[in-house]
Design a protein around this ligand. Structure first.
Ligand SMILES: [Zn+2]
Length: 279
C-alpha cells in the first residue's frame, strides 16, 4: 500500500508518496494546481494510495478548510470529498500544527512552540504533550494579531495584521508599495536605500514582537523557528537570542531555549504523524 503526504503553503505544494519500496517527492507551485486536483492526479497515478495526510497553510477544522488567506481553495470539505471519491481515509491539519508535532518529536519535548515564517507567519504550541487547538482549531494564529495600521491588505482582509510586516508576502507587498523591484531578501534589503531598508528593519521588529508575544503567552521550554524566510536568513536566530529580552517577559525567557528547525520540511514530516493522531 502507498500513502500520500502533502504540505501546501502559499508558494509551494510538496507531495511525498511513501510505500514499502521507499518514497519520492515532488514540488509544484501551489498556484499551478488546487489541492483536490493534485490529489486527483496522484490517485490516478497511484491507485494503491490508502491514506492521505495533509498539512495546510490556512485555518482548518475537523477535516474542513475554514479560511485560507494565502492559497486558492478548490474544495473546502476536503476529507469528506476524498472519502466520497476514493473511499479512503485522510486527515488535514494546519501547517503549523503539523510542524510543531514534528518538532516536538525531533526535540523530544512536551513543551514547545513553533514560529515559522514563509509566505505567511504562523505559530503553534504543544503544552504538557498536547497540541493547543482552541475551540475550532485556530489557537495561536499569530499572523493575524493586530499590530500596526498599514496601507496594505492582508490575505484575511484586514490592514493591520502582523503578517503584513513579518512575512515574505508582507515584505513583497511593502516593496511593491514603495515601487521597489528587489526580491524580499533581508540582508540585501538592509544594505539598500531608505525604503528597502525600512522593509527589512520593520520585518525584524515585527518578527521579534511576534516571538515575544508567543513566548510570553505560551511559556514554552523550546521556541523553534523555521520556514523559508528563516532558512534564507539564519542570522534571525541570533537576533532572537540577543533581542528577545526586549519583547518578552523575563521569567519566561529564563527557562527558554531558542532553536532553529533542522528538519528539511517540518510541516510535511508532521503530516506523516496525522494518521495516528487523536489530539
Ligand atoms: Zn490577516
Amino acid at each position: 500500500m502507498k500513502k500520500l503526504f502533502i504540505d501546501i503553503g502559499g508558494t509551494h505544494l510538496r507531495g511525498e508518496i511513501v510505500s514499502e519500496e521507499g518514497s519520492f517527492r515532488d514540488t509544484i507551485s501551489s498556484h499551478e494546481m488546487g489541492l483536490l486536483t493534485y490529489i486527483d492526479t496522484q490517485m490516478a497515478l497511484h491507485p494503491q494510495i490508502d491514506f492521505i495526510g495533509i498539512s495546510y497553510a490556512g485555518q482548518v477544522n475537523k477535516g474542513v478548510i475554514a479560511a485560507s488567506p494565502n492559497i486558492n481553495i478548490d474544495q473546502y470539505d476536503i476529507v469528506a470529498e476524498i472519502k466520497s471519491r476514493y473511499g479512503i481515509r485522510s486527515c488535514i491539519d494546519n501547517d503549523l500544527n503539523c510542524a510543531v508535532r514534528a518538532e516536538a518529536s525531533y526535540w523530544k519535548s512536551d513543551s514547545i512552540a513553533a514560529l515559522f515564517v514563509g509566505t505567511g507567519i504562523g505559530a503553534a504550541v504543544i503544552d504538557e504533550g498536547k497540541l493547543v487547538r482552541g475551540s475550532h482549531n485556530m489557537a495561536y494564529e499569530i499572523g493575524h494579531i493586530p499590530y500596526r495600521e498599514s496601507p496594505l491588505h492582508c490575505g484575511c482582509g484586514r490592514s493591520n495584521c502582523i503578517e503584513l510586516y513579518a512575512s515574505g508576502s508582507g515584505m513583497e507587498k511593502w516593496l511593491k508599495y514603495y515601487g521597489s523591484e528587489k526580491p524580499p531578501y533581508l540582508e540585501s534589503l538592509k544594505t539598500s536605500n531608505t525604503d528597502e531598508h525600512t522593509v527589512a528593519t520593520q520585518f525584524e521588529e515585527a518578527f521579534l514582537y511576534a516571538a515575544g508575544v508567543l513566548v510570553t503567552l505560551a511559556n514554552p521550554e523550546i521556541l523553534v523557528i523555521g520556514g523559508g524566510v528563516i532558512d534564507q536568513n539564519p542570522y534571525l536566530v541570533t537576533l532572537l537570542r540577543e533581542k528577545l529580552k526586549d519583547y518578552a517577559l523575563a521569567p519566561a525567557l529564563e527557562v527558554l531555549r531558542i532553536e532553529m528547525s533542522v528538519l528539511e520540511n517540518a510541516p510535511l514530516e508532521g503530516a506523516k504523524l496525522l494518521e495516528d493522531d487523536n489530539g
